[in-house]
Design a binder for this molecule. Structure first.
Ligand SMILES: CC(C)(COP(=O)(O)OP(=O)(O)OC[C@H]1O[C@@H](n2cnc3c(N)ncnc32)[C@H](O)[C@@H]1OP(=O)(O)O)[C@@H](O)C(=O)NCCC(=O)NCCS
Length: 234
């Protein structure tokens, strides 16, 4: 099952399953919509999702105005995210760890690292990985390998903006420079392609990732994004 667009009144949503869980819906505001206008459209959207068999919903990372409308319709805050940006200027550093292009057959090992690195709510699963790889027309997917795959990064580019979509290092291989090597590789790739800026979202509670990004020259923006969740009344 893939994501589809759903128009309700003046509002347009994107809906589909949350990663690989058929009972949890993913819900976001379609990029063409300026801002979400109505609590009633969110409620109608939820009614449709319930009829389709979903028991819960998780939103994309929402801007404050959209998040407010979802909250008036009964959604609760699941996670607050910082938005960090890197302007690609200066010395982006050299990779201290060898990396290589990820191949299709690496995907199970990549997903194993992902499962170990993130708490269950954030696990990508095969469909989430596909979504990350297809979110932009241009993508870089790199793995770090010792005897086995110990880290990976997915970075996309749309026009001159890069998006660090996913980064994870195996918990037994932390603090050896692997995360930094993967991020620096993405930054250099984007600069070679005449990118202007790299963006990354990370949970406010993720001290390790925030320390890594700031150490590598990312600056924290003033905006924050919110991921919300909703559970159908029983
Ligand atoms: C965040 C993550 C990718 C870092 O990977 P890593 O390979 O351990 O990072 P590095 O060894 O390259 O660290 C580079 C720098 O980042 C900072 N840093 C990384 N982990 C840190 C920690 N636990 N505490 C403080 N600073 C940390 C340090 O400045 C570090 O440099 P130093 O070791 O010389 O002090 C890893 O912790 C991870 O996979 N976390 C779970 C998944 C995740 O949060 N992904 C990012 C989502 S946005």
């Amino acid at each position: 099952m893939t994501r589809r667009s759903l128009t309700v009144g003046k509002d347009r949503f994107v809906v589909g399953p949350w990663h690989d869980d058929p009972t949890v819906a993913y819900l976001s505001v379609a990029p063409v919509s300026a801002v979400l206008t109505s609590r009633a459209s969110v409620e109608r959207c939820l009614a449709g999702l319930t009829e389709s068999g979903y028991r819960a919903a998780v939103t994309a990372a929402l801007k404050p105005n959209d998040a407010h409308v979802f909250q008036t319709a009964g959604f609760e805050v699941r996670e607050r995210l910082h938005v960090l940006q890197h302007d690609l200027s200066g010395d982006l550093g050299g990779s201290s760890h060898p990396l290589r292009r990820a191949r299709r057959r690496d995907r199970p090992a990549v997903l194993d690292v992902d499962r170990l690195a993130f708490e269950s709510f954030w696990h990508l699963g095969p469909s989430g990985l596909d979504e990350a790889l297809n979110a932009t027309s241009s993508v870089r997917f790199r793995v770090a390998e010792t005897d086995e795959i110990v880290g990976y990064a997915v970075c996309g580019r749309a026009y001159d903006i890069g998006y660090l979509q996913r980064l994870a290092v195996h918990p037994l291989h932390l603090r050896r420079g692997i995360g930094a090597a993967l991020v620096q590789d993405s930054l250099r790739w984007l600069r070679r392609r005449r990118g202007r800026m790299m963006l990354v979202n990370t949970q406010e509670s993720n001290a390790e990732a925030l320390a890594l990004y700031q150490r590598l020259g990312f600056r924290m923006g003033s905006d924050h994004l919110t991921v919300l969740s909703w559970t159908a009344p029983s």
